[in-house]
Write a protein that binds this ligand. Sequence first.
Ligand code: ARG
Ligand code: ZN
Length: 478
Amino acid sequence: MEHRALSRLAAPAVAALLALTTGCTGGTVQGRPGASGLRDPYFPKAGNGGYRVDHYALDLDYDPADGRLDGTAVITARADQGLSSFNLDLSGLKVEGVTVQGEPARHNRTGNELTVRPVEDLKKGEVFRVEVEYGGKPKTIVDSDSSEEGWIVTDAGTDAGTDGGAVAVGEPVGSMAWFPGNHHPSDKATYDITLTVPDGYEAVSNGELRSRTATGDGRTAFAWHSPEPMASYLATAVVGPYKVTTGKTASGVSVYNAVAPGEEAGSAGVLARLPEMVEWGSGRFGPYPFTTAGAVVLPKGSLGYALETQTKPLFPGATQDEELVLHELAHQWFGNSVSPKSWKDMWLNEGFATYAEWLWAEDHGGIGAQKRFEAFLAGDTDVDAGADSDWDAFPPAAPPGPEHISGNPVYYRGAMVLHRIRQEVGDAKFFDLVRGWAADHRHGNASTSEFTAYAEERTGHDLEEVWDVWLYGQARPH
Ligand code: ARG
Ligand code: ZN
């Protein structure tokens, strides 16, 4: 027990003392602190070392009248080293208490790092349960590319007669604004997210709505369950006076759409096509990876972009843009099921989702992908408005900094990488590659180098020129 007090001594002194006090026999576990970041090339402090999370159970109470969020996060994790302490990422909010294995644990905050020191060191391989009680007004985080994420307060939409609501937006680092966790895409976990809100509001999150229960005090608890693993940046919570509609796709995937008041008419057309898009994607990319699909249409002006939150993509107001809806749906295979190993692999999300738009158009009487590819090379904006953007500004697999991970080259030149592979190997091998990639990494993580090796192996083609020129090359390809 007195080892705890030793942790404030200099490391070599501690090591020497521990060697003296523990000898070589078992009994006492000697942990060390888990790392405060996973050294992501773009966000080195994101995530934490020393453990991996299996499950998050978030029980959150939100009051749109005062913007306060209060909750408990129960995190079940497994230590992958002996741990004397470990970190969780959390930005803002006040931590009211932390327990580990049911015992109150010491904790402190530095920046976005919450350090937890359990009474007993955790053993390597040990499964442990952390409970964090917290609350406050969650923050909106401004991204390195100056867009907003984190917790965003939204207005009510047209004529709702209520206070509005809020939306949680997590890519790349916004999720730490609303729950403590291991916030890096390489550590995926299952989730139960229960949102309690005043009667008259809907509360939407990822996965399946398990129950909707009046709590008796003018509030309703919505219990959402995500049975498939999820990267934390894809978690969402949406509160507001939404209009909910449900349905099913032809093959039985349930669909749950929530639309802000006033946005219904403008989005009805594309949302009606969502079930068909799910079926189309299953044909092109392999079985839809989740048990549920859907969309959340936010009040206009609440967010500057759409986001592929798992099973419930967010749209910033009504959209008639079929390709945008298809893009966020395609992320369910590419990004959400097959998730990036680091933020450097973002083109595996965005290049695939953009290329999916091209394929959807090609399969539905629109422009063929070859024509679109040529239009980009020629800067022909009549074919695609993105064609004279800075799509060639940097190689998609090496954005010049964190502010560029959502830059145009990651999307457009990323899609062009895929088209170049298709040109080299032909349609049969290309679509086999796409389906194989989605199947072999289903609900996992993958990196760019894994993709390039896989593509060559699966197609039997040497694709070095594609990687050198299109994926990694600094020069504009032509
Ligand atoms: N991943 C989202 C999409 O492609 C876009 C996120 C944009 N985020 C940002 N910080 N620029 O649909
Ligand atoms: Zn995208």
